[in-house]
Write a protein that binds this ligand. Structure first.
Ligand code: NAD
Length: 498
């Protein structure tokens, strides 16, 4: 069986923990590899490698660091097909979607190629007599990223793309469910010219995460995953004096106003609710039609649309989505569907019985659709993270603004309307971090920033864009005076600008 090893100081690294996790092929349900799971000792070796690499890398001028990013981008593009196949074979998302995962990460690398510009500080000439003030952004040192299974290429690149470009050295702890692509990315980063120790990959579970959170030489931690663990990482990391940003779960709503273009809405909802088997933090698992007429029509059209969806092998070019990541996750989704029924929602389409001929042990689940979902229900309050669309009917625009605003999660939301004023008011009032106007999955482009509100994110800086640059650097502000002539008297009063 294939062993997936850590990647430390520029090469594969055999851990000594003796602990392994199983990596499944979600299409067949079989174990296809085992991944080493680190203990504190292995993590420490990676930190030592990153510490050793930091002085030279942080002193490398930003343009040279950017050149490594340019070359990394070229290499990832040249390896796109292989990477997408690797990703798809462990995650279960279809190949086209796997390429999208890699491409969205590459867009952050493109942003990182412009890092010299982003690192230019601020300067005030003549802040006082003969006094100039300027600021600079300096890297933090050794930093870490802990990533979820659902975007094994994009989310690592969100983090290390910016963190390394600004001069840090990095420890990536990817999801143990699909760890192959992150290691391949680290290999390509070395091939692109990053010195050994600049990007290290340490596999593991809670033990490795705790080791990261407690390690005194790790200065900052970026986390993306489910909310309870995000909160744990945020509180433990800050307790250990680290800078922490921790993105959590989601329950994104799609508001459908009576004037929306329903042909478009049905297509958009179908892709956003069922694409990647619903395993996206920016999926749209809740649809909120405003008024009975639009709700009834949408329901009818959605049922017809769902009937056309093809669930298939992750390498089937005709499939809209493939299996979910694990048997346990499949079971969790099926359990939520049962709970939804039991709590009184109407299960209009039930995907639980779906199975793919010849692949009965694969982690497949068909699309499901609920009507009559109410805000008090557990299945509405919690994240299902599967191909399940829930319809919550609203009577008015006010009610539609309130639903996502009062929800515990506040990652993304979309409104479908032809009325600019309605859209504008919605965007301004809704209590959610990322808003789409006739855009079902409003993941911001790389030079803007990504981040939710409420229990969808802990900490105060977003991923990538200038927020990413801020997170991965510290500011130093210099006040400079070049006196000439007589030496002034001592002053025992705080200097002020007169
Ligand atoms: P997860 O929380 O189970 O795992 C995330 C990371 O935490 C992994 O690296 C994992 O090894 C580690 N981990 C697991 N259990 C841990 C524990 N008890 N203590 C410490 N660390 C632990 O999440 P997942 O299932 O891999 O990913 C899906 C979740 O991620 C969903 O909730 C989804 O909404 C969320 N997500 C959020 C965003 C966002 O930007 N807000 C993006 C993608 C995914």
């Amino acid at each position: 069986m294939r062993d997936i090893r850590h990647f430390v100081n520029g090469s594969a690294f055999e851990g000594a923990s003796g602990r392994f996790g199983e990596v499944f092929n979600p299409n067949t349900g079989e174990v296809q590899a085992r991944v080493q799971l680190a203990m504190a000792g292995e993590l420490d070796l990676a930190v030592q490698a990153a510490l050793k690499a930091f002085p030279a890398w942080s002193a490398t001028n930003p343009q040279r660091r950017a050149r490594v990013m340019f070359e990394f981008k070229r290499l990832v593009e040249a390896n796109m097909q292989d990477l997408a196949e690797m990703l798809s074979a462990e995650h279960g998302k279809v190949i086209a979607d796997s390429k999208g995962d890699i491409q969205r990460g590459l867009e952050v690398i493109e942003f990182a190629c412009g890092i010299p510009h982003a690192l230019k500080g601020e300067y005030t000439e003549g802040a006082g007599p003969g006094i100039d003030v300027y600021s600079m952004r300096q890297p933090l040192g050794v930093v870490a990223g802990i990533t979820p299974f659902n975007f094994p290429a994009m989310i690592p690149m969100w983090m290390f793309g910016v963190a390394i470009a600004v001069g840090n050295t990095f420890i990536l702890k990817p999801s143990e469910k699909d760890p192959t692509v992150p290691v391949r990315l680290a290999e390509l980063m070395m091939e692109a010219g990053a010195p050994e120790g600049v990007l290290n990959v340490v596999h593991g579970d809670k033990t490795a995460v705790d080791a990261i959170l407690q390690h005194p030489d790790i200065k900052a931690v970026s986390f993306v995953g489910s909310s309870d663990i995000a909160h744990y990482v945020y509180s433990q990391g800050t307790l250990h004096n680290k800078r922490v940003q921790a993105m959590g779960g989601a329950k994104n709503h799609g508001i459908v106003m009576p004037d929306a273009d329903l042909d478009q809405v049905v297509k958009d909802l179908s892709g956003a609710a069922f694409g990647s088997a619903g395993e996206r933090c920016m999926a749209l698992p809740v649809v909120v039609p405003v008024g009975k007429a639009v709700a009834d029509e949408l329901r009818e059209r959605m049922v017809a649309e769902i009937d056309t969806l093809k669930v298939g092998l992750s390498n089937d070019a005709d499939a809209q989505y493939g299996p979910v990541v694990s048997a346990a996750h499949r079971q969790k989704i099926a359990d939520y569907i049962q709970i939804g029924k039991d709590e009184g929602a109407e299960l209009v389409v039930d995907g639980r019985d779906f199975s793919l001929q010849g692949y009965e042990k694969g982690f497949f689940i068909g699309p499901s659709f609920f009507d009559g979902v109410k805000p008090g229900m557990k299945t509405y309050q919690e994240e299902i993270f599967g191909p399940v669309l829930q319809m919550v009917r609203a009577d008015s625009f006010e009610e539609a603004v309130e639903l996502p605003s009062k929800h515990q999660y506040g990652n993304g939301v979309a409104i479908f309307t032809r009325n600019g004023r309605t859209a504008r008011e919605f965007a301004s009032r809704v209590q959610v971090g990322m808003v789409g106007i006739n855009v079902p999955i409003p993941v911001p482009v790389a030079y803007h920033t990504f981040g939710g509100w409420k229990r969808s994110a802990f900490g105060d800086t977003n991923q990538h864009g200038m927020e990413g640059v801020k997170f991965w650097t510290k500011v130093k502000t210099i006040t400079a005076r070049w006196p000439e002539g007589e030496i002034g008297d001592s002053s025992f009063v705080i200097p002020t600008m007169k």
